[in-house]
Design a protein around this ligand. Structure first.
Ligand SMILES: *[C@@H]1O[C@H](CO)[C@@H](O)[C@H](O)[C@H]1NC(C)=O
Ligand SMILES: *[C@@H]1O[C@H](CO)[C@@H](O)[C@H](O)[C@H]1NC(C)=O
Ligand SMILES: *[C@@H]1O[C@H](CO)[C@@H](O)[C@H](O)[C@H]1NC(C)=O
Ligand SMILES: *[C@@H]1O[C@H](CO)[C@@H](O)[C@H](O)[C@H]1NC(C)=O
Length: 579
């Protein structure tokens, strides 16, 4: 495409080689005529008019020089970007008037606020408790918030804070965890291993790569099963996996990018090989539908056992990583492309539905363990799907997927837009004209009947219900999809959506020391809804995606980076074919 554009630009010049035509010429001609006209008029003026005109010209000249000076002194991208014109709106905060730069700064301030609370009350611990100003070590005490936040700090150019974090992390001994604690393999790969890898790739501080390798190494025993399917937990102190009979799809299948990158940066292929073996096993396994994988895997045999099929919890990022490994490989590994396309084709056929009450609303539900019954539950976690579809549409030239991506992003945004706080709930339940969306009570217990039973009391306007869990725990998926959709479509509407979400987050979840999960998105009781929890993904993902939404699109470009499922941007491999 670039080549075509260049060819088009060159062709007019080549037809008239002796007269270099460019855009400037007509302008110059106009200026000459204008100047001639001014000169004639000048001598017709009386003295005071000449004086006034001179003064006006002087002022204009100074203004022009000033503008040129500012351009030179502030070589900020924003001066050169066309300004987004936003239609005036009656809005309590008048916030649609803010420029990209102001919005970006507001997100950076939020990051600084979260970091400073963490620094003050929880530094080195896993999480800040943002209401009580205490901390926890619920991930084994490696300081997961700190590690997860590093590359966000770097991207936001908060280098002093980044250096504080690096100084700490280079002293952590990752060969130890809280005694008796079994470290979750997948979580620590996507958060800690990935966070250290990207912090290294950005800063090129070798100590960070050493630490990344240490984390990668202490987690490697997870793969030590008879099939090669990883165990879900590792006893880091003992150096062995914790025995288990099954593991879920997302836990086994969302570690590949990280171990691949570790192999690439260390030159040791063993990491990538162990992770790749998992993909090969699952690729060959029998499935209820082509490309759709039940969420449970038997670790001994490597077979997919029963379980729901879902693009939400426990399934989600397995599908995401098919596409992302294909992108990471410089689009060379066709296995991932095939697997991704199989999955998306089946998902579209079996799992996507349209609301019967709002033509614009589409959603992705779940399938039960028989893979026949459909559940109309749409999870916040599943809101990563539109971003994935948009990225896949661009990468694999699948235009229909972009249409669906826009429809699903709309639903995800409405899940925020239609609540009392403007925050989005953990999930919603769509109703249909027959049973109002509630599953028959004799339904298999694959689905959370409690969720469904409590649903009908809180119907919202667009034909879905809120369920039992109405919390917003600072999750990133909707912001993630909005950012990707903006970058791929260029539609500024997505910036407005992202800004609206950011404002709701600031308004309802900001505490004196950080940001807190909110118990009920339909309640405006503010402080009393805070549940005193700030997961590391708020700093790693939610704020990063919002910041990138308001940044120039070539800043951490989707053509150069692939974001792991925790929003850590990995530099894409350069394939020989493309260079
Ligand atoms: C919004 O802008 C209008 C006029 O531009 C102003 O009168 C009003 O006070 C502003 N409201 C807030 C909440 O800032
Ligand atoms: C927590 O810290 C913030 C800021 O340092 C302070 O304003 C707030 O009162 C503290 N809360 C508690 C419960 O100590
Ligand atoms: C791997 O498993 C074998 C037997 O299943 C065991 O003997 C060995 O110690 C394990 N190694 C690690 C690093 O866990
Ligand atoms: C958000 O919801 C309000 C009604 O609560 C509606 O007027 C508005 O158009 C919605 N915004 C968008 C962007 O859909």
């Amino acid at each position: 495409m670039d080549k075509d554009a260049e060819a088009n630009r060159r062709s007019p010049a080549s037809s008239e080689p002796t007269i270099p035509l460019d855009d400037q010429q007509p302008l110059l001609r106009d200026e000459q005529t204008l100047r001639g006209r001014l000169r004639t008029n000048w001598y017709r003026m009386d003295r005071s008019s000449r004086l006034t005109t001179s003064l006006v010209m002087l002022i204009l000249g100074v203004a022009l020089l000033g503008r040129i000076f500012i351009e030179l002194a502030c070589p900020d991208d924003y001066w050169h970007k066309p300004h987004v014109t936003i239609p005036p709106q009656v809005d309590e905060g008048n916030d649609t008037k803010h420029s990209d730069k102001e919005r970006r700064d507001a997100v950076r301030d939020a990051m600084r606020h979260a970091w400073s609370g963490y620094h003050k009350y929880a530094f080195g611990h896993d999480e800040l408790l943002p209401v009580s100003n205490k901390s926890n070590d619920k991930w084994g005490g490696w300081g997961v918030t700190l590690i997860d936040a590093l590359d966000t700090l770097y991207i936001m150019e908060l280098y002093a804070e980044f250096n504080q974090g690096v100084a700490h992390v280079t002293e952590v001994d990752f060969s130890k965890a809280t005694p008796g604690y079994n470290t979750p393999f997948f979580e620590m790969v996507i958060r800690s291993l990935a966070g250290l890898l990207t912090a290294y790739e950005m800063s090129l501080d070798k100590r960070l790569l050493e630490k990344a390798q240490q984390v990668g190494d202490v987690l490697m025993p997870a793969f030590n099963s008879s099939s090669g399917i990883p165990y879900p937990r590792v006893d880091v102190n003992a150096g062995t996996a914790v025995h288990a009979s099954s593991v879920c799809l997302a836990e086994a299948g969302t570690v590949q990018l990280e171990y691949w990158k570790l192999s690439d940066l260390t030159g040791n292929p063993a990491y990538h090989q162990a992770a790749q073996r998992v993909v090969d096993i699952l690729d060959k396994d029998e499935k209820p539908y082509k490309g759709l994988y039940p969420i449970w895997i038997d670790i001994n045999s490597g077979k997919l056992t029963s379980g729901q099929i879902t693009f939400g919890a426990q399934g989600d990022s397995w599908y995401e990583y098919m596409l992302k490994q294909y992108i990471y490989s410089g689009r060379t590994h066709d296995q991932y492309r095939r697997m991704y396309e199989e999955s998306i084709d089946s998902m579209k056929q079996k799992m996507v539905k349209r609301s019967e009450f709002d033509d614009q609303m589409y959603y992705v539900g779940d399938l039960d363990s028989t893979a026949k019954k459909f559940s109309p539950k749409f999870q916040h976690l599943t809101c990563f799907v539109p971003g994935m579809l948009a990225l896949g549409s661009k990468t694999l030239n699948r235009p229909d997927d972009l249409v669906l991506a826009k429809q699903l992003t709309y639903t995800c945004f409405q899940m925020y837009n239609q609540t009392a706080t403007g925050l989005g709930p953990e999930y919603v339940l769509f109703r249909d004209s027959n049973n109002r969306g509630l599953l028959p009570t004799n339904h298999k217990d694959d689905f959370d009947i409690q969720d469904l039973a409590k649903a009908d009391s809180t119907e919202t306007s667009d034909g879905y219900y809120l369920g039992y869990d109405r919390s917003y725990i600072l999750r990133p998926e909707t912001a993630e999809s909005i950012m990707i959709l903006y970058r791929i479509t260029g539609d500024v509407m997505y910036k407005e959506w992202g800004w609206q979400i950011f404002r709701a987050i600031s308004k309802w979840t900001q505490t004196p020391a950080g940001f807190s999960a909110y118990r009920d998105v339909m309640s405006t009781k503010h402080e009393s809804e805070w549940s005193d929890s700030m997961e590391s993904f708020f700093l790693a993902e939610t704020l990063k995606y919002l910041y990138l939404l308001f940044s120039p699109t070539d800043y951490y470009s989707l053509d150069e980076y692939v974001f792991n499922t925790e929003a850590h941007p990995f530099k894409i491999q350069r394939s020989q074919d493309r260079s």
